[in-house]
Design a protein around this ligand. Structure first.
Ligand SMILES: [Mg+2]
Length: 413
C-alpha cells in the first residue's frame, strides 16, 4: 500500500501525466490573400501548450467564435488526454450539429490536444495514434498554377513541378465555369490538360478538380475526355450533397473518381460509398473534426479497399497534423500539398514548418505535431482580411454574389 501511495504521488506530480488540466484557449486569425488561417493555441495548468488549426475556406470569424464557445463549454478544466470523450461531447451535445463550421472548431482544439499529449509524453503524435507505418509521405502539388495565366505557360509550370520531384499534380482547368459550360470552354480546358500531359510525360499522376461544378451530363462527357488523357482522378465532378447523382457520372475505364472533402462525418460515409461509388476518399481532417475522425473514415474506406488522400489546402499547422495522421494510416495514396506554392512567410509562421523535398514529406519524429511553435510576430504582420475570398463560379449555372474586390488597408499592405 505504501508503495502504491508513493507511486500515486509521484505519478500525479510528474510534469506530463494525465491529471493535467486545460486552462486556456487562444485563437489567432492570420490573413492571406485568398483566405484567413484560423489557429488555436491550447494551454494547460502545467505550462504546456499545443497548436491546432481550424481554417475553413471563408468562414474564419465564424469558426473562431465556435472555438471560443467550445472551449468554454467543454474543454477548459478537462484533461488534454480525454480526446475521444471531448470530441464526442463537442459533436453530439450541440444536438443540431454544425457541419464544417463546428467541426473545424472541434478540429482546431483536437489537433492542439494531440500536440499537447505528444509534448507531455515526449512522443510524436503518430506514436499515440497507432504507430508509424510510413517514414515518408508522397506529396502531389496543388496551387502550382494560376488559372489566369495562359496555356502556353502551364506547360512550363508543369515541367517545373515535375523537375521538383513531384509524381503528381492537380489543377482545375475549368475554374470560373458553371454547371454546363460552352463546348468551347470545355475544349480549352481539355487542351490545357493535354498540354500538361505533354509537358510531364506519361508517368505523372494528373488530378483534375471539378470543385463540384458540373451537371451529371457534362461531368460524364468530361470523364471520357479525361480518361483518354490518362488523368489519374477526376475530383468532385458534381456538387457534393447528392450521392446518387455522383453515382450516375460515367466511369470510363481507368479513371478514378475522388470525393470526400465535403463529406463531414463518418456517419455519411457508408451512403457515399454505396451510392456515389468513389475510388478515392478525401476527408478533410479539419472539416470532419480532427485526426481521430479522419482515421475512422480512412478505416471505412479501407473496408471497401479504397485509398484515402487527405484534403489539406490550408495552413502549416494542418499540414503538420495531417502528416502525423498519414504516418499511421495504411491506405494512403498521396498527400495534397500547397506548401511550396503558398505565401512566402508560410514557413516562418511556425517553427519546424513541414515542407516537401523531392516530392515527399519526411514525417517528423519530434514531440506532438512535429515540434511546432507559433511565431506571434508573423501573426501580427498578417492581420485578418475581410475580403480574403475567391469565387469559383460564373453566372452559368451558379451565380456569383460576391462584391467586387475592394482592398482593405491590410490587403493593400
Ligand atoms: Mg478539391
Amino acid at each position: 500500500m505504501a508503495f502504491y501511495a508513493l507511486w500515486r504521488i509521484a505519478y500525479a506530480n510528474w510534469p506530463g501525466v494525465p491529471n493535467v488540466k486545460i486552462s486556456r484557449v487562444e485563437v489567432f486569425l492570420v490573413g492571406r490573400e485568398w483566405n484567413n488561417l484560423v489557429i488555436a493555441r491550447v494551454h494547460t495548468d502545467n505550462g504546456l501548450s499545443g497548436l491546432g488549426e481550424g481554417t475553413m475556406q471563408w468562414q474564419a470569424r465564424t469558426v473562431a467564435a465556435a472555438i471560443e464557445h467550445m472551449a468554454s463549454r467543454y474543454v477548459i478544466g478537462a484533461s488534454p488526454f480525454e480526446i475521444e470523450r471531448l470530441v464526442q461531447a463537442m459533436y453530439r451535445n450541440e444536438y443540431a450539429r454544425g457541419g464544417p463550421v463546428l467541426n473545424s472548431a472541434i478540429a482546431a482544439i483536437e489537433f492542439a490536444l494531440w500536440d499537447i499529449c505528444g509534448k507531455a509524453l515526449g512522443q510524436p503524435a503518430y506514436n499515440l495514434l497507432g504507430g508509424k507505418v510510413h517514414d515518408t509521405i508522397p506529396a502531389y502539388a496543388n496551387g502550382w498554377f494560376n488559372a489566369e495565366t495562359g496555356s502556353d505557360d502551364i506547360g512550363a509550370a508543369a515541367r517545373k513541378v515535375a523537375a521538383s520531384g513531384y509524381r503528381g499534380l492537380k489543377f482545375d482547368p475549368f475554374w470560373g465555369q458553371g454547371r454546363d459550360p460552352d463546348l468551347a470552354d470545355l475544349r480549352r480546358g481539355i487542351e490545357e490538360i493535354a498540354t500538361v500531359r505533354d509537358a510531364v510525360g506519361p508517368d505523372m499522376k494528373i488530378m483534375i478538380d471539378g470543385h463540384g461544378r458540373f451537371s451529371v451530363g457534362t461531368a460524364s462527357h468530361l470523364a471520357h475526355a479525361l480518361a483518354d488523357l490518362g488523368v489519374y482522378w477526376f475530383e468532385e465532378p458534381v456538387d457534393p450533397e447528392n450521392f446518387i447523382a455522383l453515382g450516375e457520372v460515367s466511369r470510363p475505364r481507368g479513371l478514378r473518381i475522388a470525393v470526400g472533402e465535403r463529406c463531414y462525418s463518418r456517419y455519411q460515409v457508408p451512403q457515399l460509398l454505396a451510392q456515389g461509388r468513389p475510388h478515392v476518399l478525401q476527408p478533410d481532417p479539419i472539416q470532419v473534426g480532427g485526426l481521430l475522425e479522419s482515421k475512422k473514415i480512412a478505416a471505412l474506406a479501407d473496408s471497401h479497399y479504397l485509398p484515402v488522400s487527405f484534403h489539406c489546402p490550408f495552413g502549416p499547422i494542418s499540414t503538420a497534423a495531417v502528416l502525423q495522421l498519414n504516418a499511421t494510416t495504411t491506405n494512403i495514396v498521396a498527400q495534397e500539398s500547397f506548401s511550396a506554392f503558398d505565401v512566402s512567410w508560410r514557413s516562418a509562421l511556425i517553427r519546424n514548418c513541414p515542407m516537401p523535398s523531392n516530392g515527399s514529406y519526411v514525417v517528423s519524429d519530434q514531440p506532438g505535431l512535429g515540434g511546432i511553435e507559433l511565431d506571434e510576430d508573423v501573426v501580427r504582420e498578417h492581420p485578418y482580411r475581410e475580403q480574403a475570398i475567391q469565387s469559383m463560379w460564373s453566372a452559368n449555372g451558379s451565380t456569383s454574389a460576391l462584391r467586387p474586390f475592394e482592398p482593405s488597408a491590410a490587403d493593400a499592405a
